[in-house]
Structure formats: structure tokens, C-alpha cells
Design a protein around this ligand. Structure first.
Ligand code: 5AD
Ligand code: SF4
Length: 439
């Protein structure tokens, strides 16, 4: 989501004459787009701001250039005051719902003055209605935000507070943005939302209401769109129409990131997840009926307050039973203002560390087994960018695996049938089967 937001900030600032640069030394303005989901991500902001302070003072001393520094995203939303106190060299603070106003903030910011412009409202206006339609090229695989915010209030999570209430963009606006992406050369779109499958769009003209499954079907009809994905989903919103889309829609990739967080019913209840372990198994069964080869990924939190050895063992047996092709896992991290942060039964740090290591070992073994099971198979790979070594390119398989291959940058944007030669821990190596298979 932050990648998408950063791109849109660049779009918003383009009419004011700004363009992206990768080197902070070249920049007239540096925007740090931030994440508040865990303490580590949040703390990183302040160390990064220390580095940017030096960039700013070097530019002033050596080039007589006044660089503007902005902090955007959820840390800005949650800790705007603290940022201006701890890092007074920051000129602007802008939350995730107001970054369309960046050009106005820039006009107000005075890099010579020791003042800050702060905009962390949850405004009535919707940023998507006000951001410029024109956007900078996004490449062959692009994100498209369709939903934001969350009303689920899991007891560990800051998202409902930093991103605000659940909101769905209208279908017509999403389709229009998809058309523009495709016209700019994008062939794969990943629909984004904190709770993407809670999307409930409508067209003002027809007042029809529909879920993500229907949106996926409409997008699949767009000429030139070769692949669709969506993330992140909540188990409670996996309705029949969406599950059936995995059976019916060719361009919908056989991959789903469906976080469960814990395999223990006791912990799921304490997390306020509103579903149990068996509910998740039932969803997976239905998904596998619809799309037998679907690859599953998830998120897990270990050491949630009150998590016993038995609860953790339930998570391990859960992962064993589901069989993930990859997953993200985290130690529980106290977040300010969330109910779980004030729970008295916090888990010992060493126990969290040990559980995380055990869980990650299991996930890694599942991931490696899956990558190895692909050896010898031929599958279409979207080639996205240079692979880091001379003559190497990288792309994605339908199952979201990173694929490395010998090739050159003229292949970028093509979907090529490739034979998987070797499955490794975090990627697979592949070779082109034949040129005629280019789709
Ligand atoms: N501690 C640890 N992990 C968290 N996540 C969200 N909040 C916390 C927290 N307080 C994880 C969840 C979520 C992912 C985006 O981040 O697993 O799915
Ligand atoms: Fe956070 Fe996801 Fe729970 Fe919403 S559903 S509160 S975004 S973990």
C-alpha cells in the first residue's frame, strides 16, 4: 500500500514540477513514507530522519539548497506531534488520507523558518477523487488501491486508527485507473486494500452494490490485462463469489495471501478475529475445490499476550495442515492505543524469539518443498526487471514465486513460458521454453 501511495504522491507533485529521483542528494524534497504496524517499523523512521537531517544540512552548506523534508504515512498520522518535536528539521507531516494536498503543503512550507506544516486529518473529501488522473508509468506489474481502512479492530492492530474506517472506491473509478495503467504498458494489476475483500463498490449512477468477485470479473474483461491479484484479504470476507472467481477467471492468479495470525482458537478469540481455526480450514477447502493448485500465503503473530505453549503448538499444527508456499511472521509488538497493549499477560521476549524461529523454520521448509516441487514444470512468467547480475532478469510465476532467468531487458513486460530448473529457498531458477510461447 505504501508503494502505491508513494507513487500517487509523486503523481500529485508532478504538476508542481517535481519528479522522482533515487538519490537523496539530487532531491529538492524528500518524502519519507512510513509504516506504523509494528514498533520496529515505527522506530526506523526516527533513525532515518537522523540521516536525512545530514542530507539536508549538506545540501544547505555545499549547494546552498534548501531541501524540504516530509514525513508521510501512518507514523505521520499517529505521531505527528512527536515527529515535529523530536525532528524539528522536518518541514511537513502528512497522513495517509491527505497526501493529495501535498502541493498546497509544499506551497506553505518555508524551509528557512523553524515551523512545520502538519496535515493529519481524516477529511470528508476523498483523496482518490482529487489526485490527478495522469500518472507516471508504473511498469508491467502495478498496484491499484481499491479499498482502504478497516473496521475489524483486531485487538493488536493500529490500522483502524491510522488509516481510518473502511472505505471502498467506486468501481467506475477503479476501472478507469486500470485502463490507464494498461494503456501505459501494465499487464498485471494487484488490487490493494487493508481489507481488500471487504471491498463493496457501487456506481453512483446505478446504485448497484457488489463485492470483490464481481469487480475482478469486470476488470478481467479489460483488453490487455493479462494477470490480476489482490491483497490483503480477511477470512471473514471470503465470500462464494470471490472464491468462485478463482475457478472462473483465467487472469486471476492462483495465489492468495490470507492471514490468519494464529492457529489457536483461544488466541483468535483474544485477538478479536471473529473466526476460528476450523472456519479457516473450511475456506481453504472451498478455495482448493475452486482452484486446486492455489498457492497460499499468510501472516502469523507469535507471542500474542496469553499465548501458551499449547496455543503455539496449535499454530504449528495449523501451518502443517494448511501447507503454505510462503508466509510472513512477526513477534507480537505492543501498539499504542490498542487493547492488547495493556493486556497483563505479555509473553517473555525470549519465548517470542524461540517461537518465531520455530515457526519460520516450518514455513521455510514448506516454501522450499513447494519451490522444489515445481522443478521440471513449465509455467508462464511475467518478466519484470533486471535480476541484479549481468544477463539476468527476474519476474514472477503465477504462484508469486520470484523467478530468475538468463535474458535481457527487452523481455521486460512479456509473459513467457518457462521451465523451472531449480527450486531454491526464496526463488526458482528457470529457462525459456520457446520464443513462440510469448503470450
Ligand atoms: N504485532 C505484530 N505483528 C502485527 N501485525 C499487525 N499488528 C501487529 C502487532 N501489533 C502483523 C499482522 C498483519 C501484518 C500486516 O502485520 O500479522 O497481518
Ligand atoms: Fe488490522 Fe487486518 Fe485486523 Fe484490520 S483485519 S484490524 S487491518 S489485522
Amino acid at each position: 500500500m505504501n508503494v502505491y501511495d508513494s507513487d500517487r504522491m509523486a503523481d500529485a507533485l508532478a504538476p508542481a514540477g517535481y519528479m522522482p529521483t533515487h538519490a537523496p542528494e539530487d532531491a529538492d524534497m524528500i518524502i519519507l513514507n512510513t509504516c506504523h504496524i509494528r514498533e520496529k517499523a515505527s522506530e526506523k523512521v526516527f533513525s532515518e530522519l537522523g540521516r536525512l537531517r545530514q542530507v539536508k544540512s549538506r545540501a544547505a552548506d555545499q549547494q546552498n539548497k534548501q531541501v524540504l523534508i516530509a514525513v508521510a504515512g501512518c507514523v505521520a498520522q499517529a505521531e505527528g506531534e512527536e515527529i515535529t518535536r523530536r525532528a524539528p528539521w522536518v518541514d511537513m507531516v502528512v497522513g495517509p488520507q491527505t497526501y493529495h494536498r501535498l502541493p498546497e503543503l509544499v506551497a506553505q512550507a518555508d524551509p528557512h523558518a523553524r515551523s512545520h506544516v502538519v496535515d493529519i486529518e481524516f477529511p470528508e473529501e476523498v483523496k482518490f477523487d482529487l489526485l490527478p488522473e495522469e500518472h507516471l508509468p508504473r511498469g508491467p506489474a502495478a498496484f491499484l488501491s481499491v479499498q482502504e481502512g478497516c473496521d475489524k479492530f483486531c485487538s493488536f492492530c493500529v490500522v483502524p486508527y491510522t488509516r481510518g474506517a473502511e472505505f471502498s472506491r467506486p468501481a467506475s473509478q477503479i476501472l478507469e485507473e486500470a485502463r490507464r495503467l494498461i494503456a501505459g504498458g501494465t499487464v498485471e494489476i494487484t488490487l490493494l486494500g487493508q481489507n481488500v475483500n471487504a471491498w463493496h463498490g457501487y456506481d453512483k449512477q446505478s446504485s448497484n452494490s457488489a463485492g470483490l468477485g464481481r469487480l475482478i470479473r469486470e476488470l478481467a474483461d479489460l483488453d490487455g490485462l493479462k494477470r490480476l491479484r489482490y491483497t490483503t484479504s480477511h477470512p471473514l470476507d471470503m465470500d462464494d463469489d470471490l472464491i468462485n472467481a478463482h475457478r472462473d477467471v483465467d487472469v486471476l492468479m492462483p495465489y492468495l495471501h490470507l492471514p490468519v495470525q494464529s492457529g489457536s482458537d483461544n488466541i483468535l478469540r483474544r485477538m478479536n478475529r471473529k473466526h476460528g481455526r476450523d472456519d479457516y480450514f473450511r475456506i481453504i477447502d472451498r478455495l482448493r475445490d475452486a482452484s486446486p493448485d492455489i498457492a497460499l500465503s499468510g501472516d502469523f503473530i507469535v507471542g500474542f499476550p496469553g499465548e501458551t505453549d499449547k496455543d503455539f503448538a496449535d499454530t504449528i499444527s495449523f501451518i502443517d495442515k494448511v501447507g503454505y508456499t510462503s508466509a510472513y511472521s512477526f513477534k507480537y509488538s505492543k501498539r499504542p492505543g490498542t487493547p492488547a497493549a495493556s493486556d497483563e499477560t505479555q509473553v517473555d521476549e525470549q519465548v517470542k524469539t524461540d517461537r518465531l524461529a520455530a515457526l519460520q523454520q516450518l514455513i521455510s521448509s514448506q516454501q522450499l518443498a513447494f519451490n522444489k516441487s515445481c522443478e521440471g514444470r513449465v509455467m508462464p512468467v511475467l518478466i519484470e526487471r533486471d535480476g541484479g547480475r549481468e544477463g539476468q532478469m527476474t519476474g514472477r510465476s503465477p504462484y508469486m514465486q520470484s523467478v530468475y532467468l538468463d535474458g535481457n531487458s527487452s523481455m521486460i513486460g512479456q509473459i513467457v513460458d518457462m521451465k523451472i530448473e531449480q527450486g531454491r529457498q526464496n526463488s526458482v531458477l528457470a529457462s525459456v521454453v520457446s520464443d513462440s510461447s510469448v503470450l
